[in-house]
Every structure is written in C-alpha cells, then in structure tokens.
Design a protein around this ligand. Structure first.
Ligand SMILES: Nc1ncnc2c1ncn2[C@@H]1O[C@H](COP(=O)(O)OP(=O)(O)OP(=O)(O)O)[C@@H](O)[C@H]1O
Ligand SMILES: [Mg+2]
Length: 476
C-alpha cells in the first residue's frame, strides 16, 4: 500500500477525524449518562428519606411498636428491591433497619453511620467486595422534639451496569464504524480519482502526432475540472507550436527548392557550355553532387513536414500490397545485385488494404534501400508480407551491419544516423526512416525495429487488418 498516495492520506485523515469525533461523542455520552443516573438515583433517595422523615416519623409517637417497620416494608420492600433503609433516633438508637437484600449485595448492619456534615448529604460507600452503595442521609426533628437520622441507599452497581453496557456498545461499534468509514472512504476516493486516471491514460497517449486530440473534461466545477481544462489548454498551445514549427519547416524547404534547382541548372550549364580545365570541371562536378544531395534532403524535409502538418492528402484507395511489394522489390533488385546481395521475397498473395500507393511504395523503397546500404557485399535481404494476428505485416530484414543498442530508440528521429561517418559516405542524411515513420503513422500503422550489431536488422511494419495465398521468390 502506498502510504504517500492521496487516496491513503485522505482516507487516514477521514478515519482519524471520525475516530476522534466518535471518542468525543462516547466520552460526553458516558459522562452525561453517569450524571443523569446519579441525579435520578439521588432524587429517588431524597424523596424516600423525605417521605419517611415527614410523613411517617411524625406519626410515630402515636403508633405501636413495629408500625414503622411494617409501613416502610410495605411501601419500599427493601429486601426485595435490594435497598438499604435505616432510621436512627438520637439518644435511643436504631428505630428501623432494613434486612439483607435477597441478592446479598450488602449487609445493612455493617454500613457505617454518617459523620459530621455527611449526616445531611450523599455518600458513596465502598463495600468489602469492591461494590459500592449510594446512600442519602437526612436529619429530621419531629413535633415532639425528637431528632432522627433517616438514610436510604441503593447499590451503585445498577448505575454501573448501565454505564458498562454503554461502554461495551461503544467499544463494539466504534471500530466497526471506523472500519466501515475506512472502506467507504477508500472506495469513494477511488471513485472520485477515477477521472484523474482516465486523464492520465489519455495524456500518456498524446504525442506530437495526435496533438489535436483533447483530454476528457471533468465536469465537477472544482480543482479537477480546472486541471483538465488547463491541461487541454496546454495541449492546445503545444499543438499550435508544433504546427508553427511544421509550417516553418515546410515553408523553408519549399523556398529552398527553387534556388537549388536554379543552382543545379546553372552549374550544369557551365559544365556543358564552356570548355573547362580538368580541375575546375572536377570542382564544379563535386559542387553539383552536393546540390543534388541538398535537393534530396530538402525534398525529404518537405515530405516529412507536410506529412506532420497533415497537409499531404493521402489517396487511400484499395491497394494490392502483395503486388506493390513484389514489384518494388523486383525493381530494387538491380541495386542489390550491384553489391552481390541476395534480395529474397516471401509475399502472401492477394493481401490488400486501403492506402496511398506512392507513399507506401516509398516506405518499402526506404527500408530496402537502407538494408542494401548497410549490408556488406554478398549479404542477404529478406522482404516478407504476411498476416499475423489480424494484422498485415511487412518485414524487411538483413544480415548486415546492424544497429547498436543505444542507437535503436533514435533511428526514426530526423537527421539521426547511427554511424555518422559510414552513412554520410553512403550519402544518407538520416531522414529516410523519419519519412517511413510519418507515412506509417498516417496509415495508422506501427513500425518497429530489432537489431543486433554485426548480425543484422529487422524492420517490421504492422498495418491494421485483411486476406491471402502464398508466393516465394529469391534472386541474387
Ligand atoms: N538496415 C539497416 N542496417 C543498419 N543500420 C540501419 C539500417 N537502417 C537504418 N539504419 C541506421 O539508421 C540510420 C537512420 O536511417 P535513415 O534511413 O533514416 O537515414 P539514412 O539511411 O542514413 O539516410 P537517408 O535515408 O535519409 O538517405 C542510418 O543512418 C543507419 O545508421
Ligand atoms: Mg535511409
């Protein structure tokens, strides 16, 4: 469990606060109930003492012996109700003492007499077995001048039973309620953070190629909504910036095209129309070669920028990919033969898709061109087309120089060349694979590369869906 996560911290705070609130509630209920029960029992005891002291004791001189005991027993049944009642006359001694209660909770004869100001007040007497007796004492003076002390008591246990019951209820329900709150809080946090998960997932999928997409806006009217809106605005600004850069590259490449063509024509004109010394002709020849190279780079840049900017309108028509690959590989076989490289094809017949013929041909040309360029004399190249897992796979593999592991993630970047010296010697600018990637993306296809340095490379293009029979051919 991630204790730093918002979900954990919020749930912990929530559960902690709830626990505090429940504890405070429990303590106040406990204290309140204790006060209330004490007050109720005391009122009852006071009222008993008062009844005995005012109504019964006044009649005592006129009554026979035993009358008081009979009256008190009849009115309060102390043994049955577990009560303590004692009437004491100053100078005479105990006039009435209740018997031992049925449950034997206390022994009335052992209850000590109140002293001093306790003679008119409440006491909590601790008995031997740890129990307590709540007693109320009151003094009375009858009309004949006799002084009485009337005591009434009840076991404190009755209050304790109620309070213990409350404690038990709180002890059982508090952990239960807190656990329920933790589970509920965790689930609620999960639910409320779900939109953030969705945003994160969508944001992960946004790259330079789909900056026009937007994240789902969370309509909560709070920080989450502000976050999603702010992210969307940021993606919008990125989109603008990317489009600006693409526009700039496209415009720059476009503007460079014309002067370059003029330069080439001028240079060719000089070579053809004027008698030149051998060294001057060589110099102009090499300048011409460089302008050709520049033209190729400018063309490639223009293609990539236009594809990125979505300016290229792809004619996505039903296309026999099997035929296109067989034909292109056949045409490129001439180049392979120059290096004595065997160019083998393994193409399932009849595989077609909706695609732009010119651009898809460029994908195949660029991949085979690389394979030829970076494979040593006498090597082998395999071009295959097949269906796998509902996808159309085009694979170009060679047993050439391979690509170093650290260079693999970068080969689709513009102007990236794994071995600068070697590729430049072979005329590469590092744009071929960027074009391939841009075309594949425009066709919703993925492109992947695996390679081992010194053993060869394998480029794999995966188009979504379609059907076939099989033809194989190998030429060198
Ligand atoms: N089949 C391959 N075998 C070995 N290295 C390769 C292969 N294909 C590509 N590479 C490496 O990836 C780099 C980028 O390839 P990319 O096609 O983009 O550029 P390039 O071939 O150098 O130039 P361009 O294609 O623009 O003429 C190459 O410079 C090369 O180092
Ligand atoms: Mg290339």
């Amino acid at each position: 469990m991630n204790v730093r996560s918002l979900r954990f911290r919020m749930t912990a705070w929530y559960a902690g606060l709830l626990l505090c609130a429940l504890l405070m509630f429990g303590v106040s209920v406990y204290l309140g109930l204790e006060r209330y029960l004490n007050w109720t029992f005391q009122s009852m005891l006071v009222s008993e003492c008062r009844t005995i002291g005012t109504e019964l004791l006044a009649q005592l001189p006129a009554k026979r012996a035993g009358w008081l005991a009979a009256e008190v027993n009849e009115a309060y049944a102390p043994e049955v109700n577990g009560r303590f009642i004692r009437v004491y006359r100053d100078g005479t001694g105990i006039v009435y003492l209740s018997g031992t209660p049925k449950d034997g909770a206390f022994e009335p004869s052992e209850i000590p007499f109140p002293q001093g100001n306790q003679r008119d007040g409440v006491r909590r007497i601790h008995l031997k077995d740890g129990r307590q007796l709540l007693t109320q004492a009151m003094t009375f003076t009858t009309p004949d001048g006799s002084h009485f002390l009337v005591e009434s008591g009840t076991p404190y246990q009755q209050i304790q039973i109620v309070l213990h019951g409350l404690l038990l209820t709180l002890a059982i329900y508090t952990p239960f309620i807190v656990s329920l709150a933790i589970a509920g809080g965790y689930w609620l946090m999960r639910r409320s953070l779900q939109p953030v998960d969705e945003i994160t997932e969508r944001a992960e999928g946004i790259t330079s190629s789909n900056l026009s997409e937007r994240l789902p806006t969370i309509r909560t009217g709070d920080e989450l909504e502000r976050l999603s809106t702010a992210l969307n605005r940021m993606i919008g600004r990125l989109d603008d910036a990317f489009q600006h850069i693409n526009r700039f590259s496209a415009d720059a490449s476009h503007e460079l095209r014309t002067p370059l063509t003029i330069l080439q024509l001028e240079l060719e004109g000089i070579v053809h129309n004027y008698p030149l010394s051998e060294s001057l002709e060589n110099q102009i020849g090499s300048a011409l070669e460089e302008t050709h190279r520049m033209s190729r780079i400018v063309e490639s840049l223009l293609t990539i920028s236009r594809l990125d900017a979505g300016e290229v309108k792809l004619d996505r028509l039903p296309l026999d990919l099997s035929e296109l690959i067989t034909r292109t590989a056949g045409e490129m076989n001439v180049l392979a033969q120059e290096k004595s490289i065997a160019l083998c094809t393994s193409v399932e017949a009849g595989i077609s898709l909706d695609g732009d013929r010119t651009h898809l041909q460029q994908v195949i040309v660029n991949l085979i061109d690389n394979a030829i360029k970076y494979t040593q004399v006498g090597g082998t190249i395999h071009v295959s087309l097949y269906l796998e897992g509902g996808k159309i796979i085009v694979a170009v593999s060679d047993n050439g120089a391979g690509i170093p592991a650290q260079a693999l993630p970068h080969v689709f970047e513009r102007f990236y060349r794994a071995d600068k010296a070697r590729s430049r010697a072979s005329g590469g600018a590092g744009l071929g694979l960027s074009i391939v990637k841009a075309i594949c993306t425009a066709h919703s296809a993925g492109i992947y590369v695996t390679s081992e340095e010194g053993l060869g490379s394998r480029f794999r293009v995966e188009f979504p869906t379609i059907s076939a029979s099989h033809t194989a051919n190998c030429a060198s």
